[in-house]
Design a protein around this ligand. Structure first.
Ligand code: FE2
Length: 323
């Protein structure tokens, strides 16, 4: 494709260190039969750039629907991380085997920055998002370099970062018996654990190292094993790899209180002031991906956090996860 341009998100030149995210854009849309081959042709260079820049956005390729997005993802030929097998707490709907709706939570619910499924022992390495239809207003996907955040946080709250790295964290959460579409964390325990009975659910939790307690209304309170809160990346840098911000500020629904949902791995409380510092720094580092129809964003889930802004109108953003 002769007209392909690789730039910063604002169209500016690429700086090897600082450009975030990288933008692939073209004014020549692909024929739908050519999507998969095109993706296969850029796969290697995109993987290299992704490891450096943390996120790559593709614009103008002319992808119209879930089938085109599926073909695009298939061109990369990376292993699929299925929603069904995941312990994700969001309610989602599959469109194809590897493509599903990003989160069915209502438009006025903001989803705070997080690494996908970092609150579970099983998480995807990379995420594809596709904008089938942008919202009428709002609905951006905020993205934030978590390695840059950790650097700044280590300067402002060194004791907190040290405790995160040394102790790890535990998350607790109450899952409903049936999907709760009013919540960003409304996935039922039956769906989350792929369990149709209490016995199957308990066996799965036991294998994962979770503790649990059944509630009177058939909902299920779970506490994770100790999970890392800081992660060392392949290039030696470190990221704030966890769900602390999303859990602390966002896990509010009929069953959950976010401030009680997290603690350090030794059971001690996480300082609310440190969390306020983390979210303040994260906001200054955040870039809002304002979606255009047909955009695809590829995100390194180990280096970059994402969220969802509230919106009005119909917004259809699909996702596909890489194991
Ligand atoms: Fe997410």
């Amino acid at each position: 494709m002769a007209s392909l341009q690789i730039t910063g998100f604002d169209g500016g030149p690429v700086d090897e260190q600082g450009t975030f995210p990288l933008l692939y854009s073209t004014a020549e849309p692909l024929d739908s039969s050519a999507v998969q081959n095109w993706a296969a042709s850029v796969r290697q260079s995109v993987a290299t750039q992704l490891s450096r820049h943390g996120a790559v956005v593709f614009r103008g390729l002319g992808l119209a629907d879930d089938a085109a997005f599926d073909a695009f993802v298939a061109g990369f030929d990376w292993p699929n991380f299925t929603y069904v097998e995941s312990l994700s707490n969001a309610v989602r709907r599959n469109r194809t085997e590897r493509v599903f709706t990003a989160n069915e939570a209502p438009p006025d619910v903001s989803i705070f920055l997080h690494h996908e499924m970092a609150q579970t022992p099983m998480y995807p390495s990379r995420l594809f998002f596709f904008c089938e239809q942008p919202a009428q207003s709002g609905g951006a996907t905020p993205i934030c370099r978590s390695d840059w955040l950790l650097q700044q946080l280590a300067e402002e709250a060194p004791d907190f970062v040290h405790a995160c790295a040394a102790k790890g964290v535990m998350y607790s959460q109450t899952m409903p018996a049936d999907d709760d579409l009013a919540s960003g964390q409304g996935r039922s325990w039956r769906s989350t654990l792929s369990a149709d009975s209490v016995a199957v659910a308990e066996a799965k939790l036991h294998n994962l190292g979770y503790r649990w307690q059944w509630q009177a209304d058939d909902s299920l309170h779970v506490i994770t094993p100790v999970l890392p809160a800081v992660r060392e990346l392949a290039d030696g840098s470190r990221s704030f790899f966890n769900q602390l911000i999303a859990a602390f500020f966002g896990w509010q629904d009929a069953r959950n209180d976010g401030s009680k949902a997290i603690c350090f791995g030794d059971g001690t409380a996480i300082d609310a002031d440190a969390m306020a510092t983390a979210i303040r720094l994260a906001e200054t580092l955040t870039l809002d991906l304002q979606w255009q129809q047909g955009d695809v964003a590829l995100i390194d889930n180990l280096r970059v956090m994402h969220g969802r802004r509230a919106f009005a109108g119909e917004r259809r953003v699909l996702a596909s996860l890489v194991a």
